[in-house]
Ligand binder design. Structure first.
Ligand code: PLP
Length: 419
Protein backbone atom coordinates (compact mmCIF):
# COMPACT_ATOMS: atom_id res chain seq x y z
CA UNK A 1 0.00 0.00 0.00
CA UNK A 2 1.23 3.51 -0.78
CA UNK A 3 2.05 5.81 2.15
CA UNK A 4 -0.05 8.99 2.40
CA UNK A 5 2.44 10.77 4.64
CA UNK A 6 3.78 13.05 1.90
CA UNK A 7 1.91 16.39 1.94
CA UNK A 8 0.20 17.00 -1.39
CA UNK A 9 0.07 20.78 -1.17
CA UNK A 10 -1.95 21.14 -4.35
CA UNK A 11 -4.73 18.98 -2.90
CA UNK A 12 -5.14 21.37 0.05
CA UNK A 13 -7.62 24.04 -1.04
CA UNK A 14 -6.49 27.65 -0.50
CA UNK A 15 -7.94 29.43 2.53
CA UNK A 16 -10.25 32.32 1.63
CA UNK A 17 -9.47 35.69 3.28
CA UNK A 18 -11.60 36.48 6.34
CA UNK A 19 -12.62 39.70 8.10
CA UNK A 20 -14.36 40.56 11.38
CA UNK A 21 -17.65 40.30 9.43
CA UNK A 22 -16.99 36.57 8.96
CA UNK A 23 -17.48 36.11 12.71
CA UNK A 24 -21.14 37.12 12.39
CA UNK A 25 -21.57 34.81 9.41
CA UNK A 26 -20.08 31.56 10.69
CA UNK A 27 -19.63 31.58 14.48
CA UNK A 28 -22.20 31.02 17.22
CA UNK A 29 -22.91 34.48 18.65
CA UNK A 30 -21.59 33.88 22.17
CA UNK A 31 -19.15 36.81 21.92
CA UNK A 32 -19.17 40.35 20.58
CA UNK A 33 -15.54 40.73 19.49
CA UNK A 34 -14.00 44.07 18.66
CA UNK A 35 -13.95 45.19 15.05
CA UNK A 36 -10.15 45.11 15.39
CA UNK A 37 -8.88 41.73 14.23
CA UNK A 38 -5.46 40.79 15.68
CA UNK A 39 -3.20 38.85 13.33
CA UNK A 40 0.24 38.80 14.93
CA UNK A 41 1.90 39.63 18.25
CA UNK A 42 5.25 39.61 20.01
CA UNK A 43 5.77 40.40 23.68
CA UNK A 44 3.15 43.07 24.49
CA UNK A 45 2.99 44.38 20.92
CA UNK A 46 0.10 43.25 18.76
CA UNK A 47 -0.81 44.12 15.17
CA UNK A 48 -4.19 44.06 13.45
CA UNK A 49 -5.16 43.19 9.86
CA UNK A 50 -4.34 46.74 8.77
CA UNK A 51 -0.85 46.54 10.31
CA UNK A 52 -1.71 48.92 13.17
CA UNK A 53 0.22 48.34 16.41
CA UNK A 54 -1.43 48.01 19.84
CA UNK A 55 -0.03 47.64 23.33
CA UNK A 56 -1.71 44.59 24.84
CA UNK A 57 -2.66 45.19 28.50
CA UNK A 58 -5.12 42.26 28.48
CA UNK A 59 -2.77 39.27 28.01
CA UNK A 60 -5.73 37.51 26.38
CA UNK A 61 -7.62 37.82 29.71
CA UNK A 62 -4.71 36.92 31.97
CA UNK A 63 -3.27 34.20 29.77
CA UNK A 64 -0.14 35.33 27.91
CA UNK A 65 1.65 36.34 31.10
CA UNK A 66 5.07 35.86 29.50
CA UNK A 67 3.97 37.92 26.53
CA UNK A 68 3.10 36.71 23.06
CA UNK A 69 5.57 34.31 21.48
CA UNK A 70 7.95 34.11 24.45
CA UNK A 71 11.10 32.49 22.97
CA UNK A 72 11.55 29.86 25.73
CA UNK A 73 7.91 28.79 25.48
CA UNK A 74 7.97 28.67 21.68
CA UNK A 75 11.12 26.58 21.89
CA UNK A 76 9.48 24.14 24.35
CA UNK A 77 6.42 23.78 22.11
CA UNK A 78 8.51 23.27 18.96
CA UNK A 79 10.73 20.68 20.62
CA UNK A 80 7.72 18.76 21.93
CA UNK A 81 5.92 19.02 18.56
CA UNK A 82 8.90 17.25 17.01
CA UNK A 83 8.85 14.55 19.68
CA UNK A 84 5.39 13.39 20.84
CA UNK A 85 2.00 15.08 20.44
CA UNK A 86 -0.50 12.85 22.12
CA UNK A 87 -0.87 9.37 23.56
CA UNK A 88 -4.16 9.21 25.47
CA UNK A 89 -4.60 8.27 29.10
CA UNK A 90 -3.89 4.58 28.56
CA UNK A 91 -0.28 5.81 28.74
CA UNK A 92 1.45 8.50 30.69
CA UNK A 93 4.23 10.67 29.26
CA UNK A 94 7.42 12.38 30.36
CA UNK A 95 6.30 16.04 30.12
CA UNK A 96 3.21 15.48 32.29
CA UNK A 97 5.24 13.66 34.93
CA UNK A 98 7.78 16.48 34.96
CA UNK A 99 5.03 19.08 35.18
CA UNK A 100 3.30 17.20 38.00
CA UNK A 101 6.56 16.97 39.88
CA UNK A 102 7.34 20.66 39.37
CA UNK A 103 3.89 21.88 40.45
CA UNK A 104 3.78 19.71 43.55
CA UNK A 105 7.34 20.73 44.49
CA UNK A 106 6.40 24.41 44.12
CA UNK A 107 3.14 24.33 46.11
CA UNK A 108 1.34 22.75 49.10
CA UNK A 109 0.01 20.08 46.76
CA UNK A 110 1.07 16.45 46.50
CA UNK A 111 -1.09 15.44 43.53
CA UNK A 112 -2.12 17.07 40.26
CA UNK A 113 -4.91 16.42 37.78
CA UNK A 114 -4.58 18.01 34.34
CA UNK A 115 -7.29 19.18 31.98
CA UNK A 116 -7.79 21.86 29.34
CA UNK A 117 -9.33 24.94 30.93
CA UNK A 118 -10.22 26.76 34.12
CA UNK A 119 -13.78 25.51 34.03
CA UNK A 120 -12.59 21.93 33.78
CA UNK A 121 -10.13 22.39 36.63
CA UNK A 122 -12.99 23.69 38.80
CA UNK A 123 -15.36 20.99 37.59
CA UNK A 124 -12.76 18.43 38.74
CA UNK A 125 -12.36 20.25 42.07
CA UNK A 126 -16.10 20.34 42.79
CA UNK A 127 -16.56 16.70 41.80
CA UNK A 128 -13.59 15.69 43.95
CA UNK A 129 -14.95 17.62 46.94
CA UNK A 130 -18.35 15.91 46.59
CA UNK A 131 -16.76 12.48 46.23
CA UNK A 132 -14.44 13.02 49.18
CA UNK A 133 -17.28 14.13 51.47
CA UNK A 134 -19.57 11.41 50.19
CA UNK A 135 -17.01 8.73 51.02
CA UNK A 136 -15.91 10.18 54.37
CA UNK A 137 -19.16 11.55 55.82
CA UNK A 138 -22.02 10.33 53.63
CA UNK A 139 -24.25 11.82 50.94
CA UNK A 140 -25.84 14.46 53.22
CA UNK A 141 -22.59 16.47 53.10
CA UNK A 142 -22.96 17.85 49.61
CA UNK A 143 -23.52 21.62 49.73
CA UNK A 144 -20.97 23.85 47.99
CA UNK A 145 -20.66 27.42 49.23
CA UNK A 146 -19.31 30.11 46.88
CA UNK A 147 -19.33 33.88 46.65
CA UNK A 148 -21.67 36.36 45.04
CA UNK A 149 -20.08 37.79 41.87
CA UNK A 150 -17.57 34.96 41.68
CA UNK A 151 -16.72 33.34 38.36
CA UNK A 152 -15.64 29.72 38.04
CA UNK A 153 -16.29 28.80 34.40
CA UNK A 154 -19.09 27.99 31.98
CA UNK A 155 -19.88 24.29 32.33
CA UNK A 156 -23.31 23.87 33.90
CA UNK A 157 -21.82 22.92 37.28
CA UNK A 158 -19.16 25.65 37.39
CA UNK A 159 -21.43 28.39 36.06
CA UNK A 160 -23.99 27.45 38.73
CA UNK A 161 -21.37 27.58 41.47
CA UNK A 162 -20.32 30.98 40.07
CA UNK A 163 -22.22 33.79 41.72
CA UNK A 164 -23.55 35.70 38.70
CA UNK A 165 -27.13 34.80 37.85
CA UNK A 166 -26.94 36.54 34.47
CA UNK A 167 -24.83 33.58 33.30
CA UNK A 168 -27.27 30.88 34.45
CA UNK A 169 -30.56 32.40 33.28
CA UNK A 170 -32.28 30.11 30.81
CA UNK A 171 -30.11 27.11 31.66
CA UNK A 172 -32.30 25.82 34.48
CA UNK A 173 -32.67 23.35 36.08
CA UNK A 174 -29.33 24.00 37.75
CA UNK A 175 -27.43 21.52 39.92
CA UNK A 176 -28.78 21.59 43.49
CA UNK A 177 -27.04 22.10 46.85
CA UNK A 178 -25.23 25.33 45.95
CA UNK A 179 -25.24 28.48 48.06
CA UNK A 180 -23.87 31.95 47.33
CA UNK A 181 -22.69 34.25 50.09
CA UNK A 182 -21.40 37.84 49.96
CA UNK A 183 -17.63 38.03 49.34
CA UNK A 184 -15.40 39.19 52.21
CA UNK A 185 -18.25 38.84 54.72
CA UNK A 186 -17.09 36.67 57.61
CA UNK A 187 -20.47 36.63 59.38
CA UNK A 188 -22.20 35.38 56.23
CA UNK A 189 -19.56 32.66 55.91
CA UNK A 190 -20.03 31.63 59.54
CA UNK A 191 -23.78 31.32 59.03
CA UNK A 192 -23.46 29.37 55.76
CA UNK A 193 -20.67 26.91 56.57
CA UNK A 194 -22.52 24.24 58.50
CA UNK A 195 -22.09 20.46 58.81
CA UNK A 196 -23.66 19.69 55.43
CA UNK A 197 -21.11 21.77 53.47
CA UNK A 198 -18.57 19.71 51.52
CA UNK A 199 -16.61 22.63 50.05
CA UNK A 200 -16.16 26.38 50.06
CA UNK A 201 -14.73 27.88 46.88
CA UNK A 202 -13.29 31.35 46.59
CA UNK A 203 -11.12 33.38 44.24
CA UNK A 204 -8.40 34.96 46.43
CA UNK A 205 -8.73 37.92 44.06
CA UNK A 206 -12.09 38.07 42.30
CA UNK A 207 -11.40 38.73 38.63
CA UNK A 208 -14.54 38.90 36.51
CA UNK A 209 -16.46 40.15 39.57
CA UNK A 210 -14.56 43.46 39.57
CA UNK A 211 -10.89 42.84 40.56
CA UNK A 212 -11.56 42.55 44.29
CA UNK A 213 -8.94 41.05 46.60
CA UNK A 214 -10.14 38.94 49.52
CA UNK A 215 -9.10 40.36 52.87
CA UNK A 216 -6.52 38.24 54.72
CA UNK A 217 -8.94 37.95 57.67
CA UNK A 218 -11.61 36.59 55.35
CA UNK A 219 -9.46 33.81 53.90
CA UNK A 220 -8.19 32.93 57.41
CA UNK A 221 -11.76 32.76 58.67
CA UNK A 222 -12.79 30.52 55.75
CA UNK A 223 -9.87 28.22 56.56
CA UNK A 224 -10.90 27.98 60.23
CA UNK A 225 -14.59 27.46 59.42
CA UNK A 226 -13.79 24.73 56.87
CA UNK A 227 -11.53 22.97 59.38
CA UNK A 228 -14.19 23.16 62.07
CA UNK A 229 -16.91 21.73 59.82
CA UNK A 230 -14.89 19.20 57.81
CA UNK A 231 -15.36 21.10 54.55
CA UNK A 232 -12.67 21.46 51.88
CA UNK A 233 -11.37 24.92 51.03
CA UNK A 234 -10.92 25.42 47.29
CA UNK A 235 -9.00 28.39 45.91
CA UNK A 236 -9.77 29.22 42.30
CA UNK A 237 -6.49 30.72 41.10
CA UNK A 238 -7.32 30.43 37.43
CA UNK A 239 -6.96 34.18 36.98
CA UNK A 240 -4.94 35.34 40.00
CA UNK A 241 -2.38 32.50 40.03
CA UNK A 242 0.89 31.86 38.17
CA UNK A 243 2.73 34.99 39.27
CA UNK A 244 -0.04 37.53 38.62
CA UNK A 245 -0.06 38.85 42.20
CA UNK A 246 3.74 38.76 42.55
CA UNK A 247 3.64 35.33 44.23
CA UNK A 248 3.59 32.08 42.27
CA UNK A 249 0.07 31.57 43.67
CA UNK A 250 -1.93 34.17 45.55
CA UNK A 251 -2.44 31.87 48.56
CA UNK A 252 1.29 32.18 49.26
CA UNK A 253 0.89 35.92 49.85
CA UNK A 254 -2.03 35.35 52.22
CA UNK A 255 -0.39 32.58 54.21
CA UNK A 256 -3.62 30.56 53.97
CA UNK A 257 -3.32 27.13 52.38
CA UNK A 258 -6.28 25.62 50.54
CA UNK A 259 -7.11 21.92 50.23
CA UNK A 260 -7.57 22.19 46.49
CA UNK A 261 -6.22 24.83 44.11
CA UNK A 262 -7.20 25.30 40.49
CA UNK A 263 -5.03 26.87 37.81
CA UNK A 264 -5.34 27.45 34.06
CA UNK A 265 -5.01 30.59 31.88
CA UNK A 266 -1.37 31.69 32.39
CA UNK A 267 -0.28 28.12 33.14
CA UNK A 268 -0.10 27.52 29.38
CA UNK A 269 0.60 31.12 28.26
CA UNK A 270 -1.95 30.55 25.49
CA UNK A 271 -1.67 26.79 25.07
CA UNK A 272 -4.91 25.40 26.60
CA UNK A 273 -4.20 23.63 29.89
CA UNK A 274 -5.75 23.49 33.35
CA UNK A 275 -4.67 21.89 36.60
CA UNK A 276 -6.28 20.87 39.86
CA UNK A 277 -3.82 20.52 42.72
CA UNK A 278 -4.52 18.80 46.02
CA UNK A 279 -3.18 16.54 48.74
CA UNK A 280 -2.62 12.78 48.55
CA UNK A 281 -5.38 12.12 51.07
CA UNK A 282 -8.02 14.11 49.19
CA UNK A 283 -6.88 12.88 45.77
CA UNK A 284 -7.49 9.32 46.99
CA UNK A 285 -11.24 9.97 46.83
CA UNK A 286 -10.87 9.62 43.05
CA UNK A 287 -9.97 6.18 41.73
CA UNK A 288 -9.40 4.81 38.24
CA UNK A 289 -12.37 5.85 36.11
CA UNK A 290 -13.80 8.43 38.56
CA UNK A 291 -12.90 11.34 36.34
CA UNK A 292 -10.90 12.07 33.21
CA UNK A 293 -10.51 13.86 29.90
CA UNK A 294 -8.90 12.86 26.61
CA UNK A 295 -6.47 15.78 26.51
CA UNK A 296 -5.65 15.95 30.23
CA UNK A 297 -1.87 15.82 30.55
CA UNK A 298 -1.32 16.01 26.80
CA UNK A 299 2.48 16.16 26.17
CA UNK A 300 2.32 19.41 24.16
CA UNK A 301 0.37 21.23 26.87
CA UNK A 302 2.51 19.78 29.64
CA UNK A 303 5.81 20.70 27.95
CA UNK A 304 4.62 24.28 27.48
CA UNK A 305 3.26 24.58 31.04
CA UNK A 306 6.48 23.21 32.50
CA UNK A 307 8.51 25.85 30.68
CA UNK A 308 6.08 28.58 31.76
CA UNK A 309 6.30 27.46 35.38
CA UNK A 310 10.11 27.29 35.27
CA UNK A 311 10.23 30.81 33.81
CA UNK A 312 7.80 32.42 36.25
CA UNK A 313 8.79 30.64 39.45
CA UNK A 314 12.06 32.43 40.21
CA UNK A 315 12.56 35.10 42.84
CA UNK A 316 14.00 37.50 40.23
CA UNK A 317 10.94 37.15 37.98
CA UNK A 318 8.42 37.46 40.81
CA UNK A 319 10.09 40.45 42.43
CA UNK A 320 10.09 42.21 39.05
CA UNK A 321 6.30 41.61 38.91
CA UNK A 322 5.99 43.44 42.23
CA UNK A 323 8.20 46.30 41.00
CA UNK A 324 6.25 46.64 37.75
CA UNK A 325 3.00 46.59 39.71
CA UNK A 326 4.21 49.40 41.98
CA UNK A 327 5.19 51.46 38.96
CA UNK A 328 1.84 50.88 37.23
CA UNK A 329 -0.24 51.52 40.37
CA UNK A 330 1.59 54.83 40.91
CA UNK A 331 0.74 55.92 37.35
CA UNK A 332 -2.89 54.76 37.64
CA UNK A 333 -3.36 56.58 40.94
CA UNK A 334 -2.12 59.73 39.20
CA UNK A 335 -4.81 59.18 36.53
CA UNK A 336 -7.46 58.82 39.25
CA UNK A 337 -6.26 62.14 40.72
CA UNK A 338 -6.29 63.86 37.31
CA UNK A 339 -9.65 62.40 36.17
CA UNK A 340 -11.75 62.28 39.36
CA UNK A 341 -14.95 62.63 37.32
CA UNK A 342 -14.14 59.28 35.61
CA UNK A 343 -12.40 57.12 38.23
CA UNK A 344 -12.81 56.76 41.98
CA UNK A 345 -10.00 54.35 42.87
CA UNK A 346 -7.49 51.69 41.80
CA UNK A 347 -7.65 48.26 43.41
CA UNK A 348 -6.28 44.78 42.90
CA UNK A 349 -3.14 42.82 43.60
CA UNK A 350 0.16 42.76 41.70
CA UNK A 351 -0.47 43.15 37.99
CA UNK A 352 -4.17 42.32 38.35
CA UNK A 353 -5.64 45.80 38.59
CA UNK A 354 -9.03 47.44 38.32
CA UNK A 355 -9.87 51.13 37.94
CA UNK A 356 -13.27 51.65 39.52
CA UNK A 357 -15.50 54.15 37.75
CA UNK A 358 -16.81 57.20 39.59
CA UNK A 359 -20.59 57.63 39.88
CA UNK A 360 -20.90 59.81 36.77
CA UNK A 361 -19.30 57.08 34.64
CA UNK A 362 -20.87 54.01 36.22
CA UNK A 363 -21.85 51.41 33.65
CA UNK A 364 -19.54 52.87 31.01
CA UNK A 365 -16.37 50.77 31.34
CA UNK A 366 -16.76 49.57 27.76
CA UNK A 367 -16.77 53.16 26.44
CA UNK A 368 -13.35 53.62 28.01
CA UNK A 369 -11.84 50.37 26.71
CA UNK A 370 -13.13 51.24 23.21
CA UNK A 371 -11.56 54.69 23.38
CA UNK A 372 -8.31 53.10 24.61
CA UNK A 373 -8.32 50.68 21.71
CA UNK A 374 -8.71 53.61 19.32
CA UNK A 375 -5.51 55.01 20.88
CA UNK A 376 -3.68 51.70 20.48
CA UNK A 377 -4.12 50.29 23.99
CA UNK A 378 -5.98 47.04 24.68
CA UNK A 379 -7.77 46.94 28.04
CA UNK A 380 -10.48 44.81 29.63
CA UNK A 381 -13.55 45.44 31.67
CA UNK A 382 -14.53 43.54 34.84
CA UNK A 383 -18.25 44.16 34.86
CA UNK A 384 -19.71 47.49 33.67
CA UNK A 385 -18.11 49.61 36.40
CA UNK A 386 -14.46 48.54 36.35
CA UNK A 387 -11.71 48.95 33.74
CA UNK A 388 -9.35 46.00 34.19
CA UNK A 389 -5.63 45.83 33.40
CA UNK A 390 -3.85 42.48 33.08
CA UNK A 391 -0.63 43.26 31.21
CA UNK A 392 1.86 40.47 30.62
CA UNK A 393 4.06 40.04 33.69
CA UNK A 394 7.10 40.85 31.54
CA UNK A 395 5.86 44.40 30.93
CA UNK A 396 8.70 46.96 31.07
CA UNK A 397 8.53 50.35 32.77
CA UNK A 398 8.72 51.99 29.34
CA UNK A 399 5.71 49.96 28.17
CA UNK A 400 3.81 50.92 31.31
CA UNK A 401 4.58 54.59 30.65
CA UNK A 402 3.48 54.27 27.01
CA UNK A 403 0.28 52.43 28.00
CA UNK A 404 -0.58 55.11 30.55
CA UNK A 405 0.07 57.87 27.98
CA UNK A 406 -2.33 56.14 25.57
CA UNK A 407 -4.92 55.74 28.34
CA UNK A 408 -4.70 59.46 29.14
CA UNK A 409 -5.18 60.29 25.44
CA UNK A 410 -8.22 57.98 25.38
CA UNK A 411 -9.70 59.67 28.45
CA UNK A 412 -9.21 63.12 26.91
CA UNK A 413 -10.94 61.90 23.74
CA UNK A 414 -13.84 60.29 25.58
CA UNK A 415 -14.35 63.36 27.78
CA UNK A 416 -14.26 65.68 24.77
CA UNK A 417 -16.83 63.49 23.00
CA UNK A 418 -19.11 63.54 26.07
CA UNK A 419 -18.96 67.31 26.65
N1 PLP B 1 -12.10 30.77 37.23
C1 PLP B 1 -11.75 32.05 37.14
C2 PLP B 1 -11.37 32.80 38.38
C3 PLP B 1 -11.73 32.69 35.90
O1 PLP B 1 -11.39 33.98 35.81
C4 PLP B 1 -12.09 31.95 34.76
C5 PLP B 1 -12.12 32.60 33.42
O2 PLP B 1 -12.18 33.80 33.29
C6 PLP B 1 -12.45 30.61 34.90
C7 PLP B 1 -12.43 30.05 36.15
C8 PLP B 1 -12.83 29.79 33.71
O3 PLP B 1 -11.70 29.48 32.96
P1 PLP B 1 -11.86 28.98 31.45
O4 PLP B 1 -12.45 30.12 30.69
O5 PLP B 1 -10.47 28.61 31.04
O6 PLP B 1 -12.78 27.82 31.48
Amino acid sequence: MQSIQRVDREAISPVEPVTRQTFDEVLVPTYAPSTMLPVRAKGLDLWDQQGRQYLDFTAGIGVTSLGHGHPAVVEALRAQADTLWHVGNGYTNEPVLQLGRALTAATFAERAFFCNSGAEANEAAFKLARKYAHGKFGPHKSRIVSCVNSFHGRTLFTVSVGGQSKYTEGFEPLPPELQHIPFNDIDAARAAITDDVCAVVVEPVQGEGGVLPASPEYLKALRELCDAKGALLIFDEVQCGMGRTGKLFAYMGYGVTPDILTSAKALGNGYPVGAMLTTTEIAAAFSVGSHGTTYGGNPLAAAVALRVLQTINTSVFLSRVEQAAQHLVGKLNAIVRDYPQVFSLVRGSGLMLGMVLADAWRGKAKDITKAAEAEGLMLLIAGPDVVRLLPALVVSDAQIDEGVTRLRRALDAVLAANK
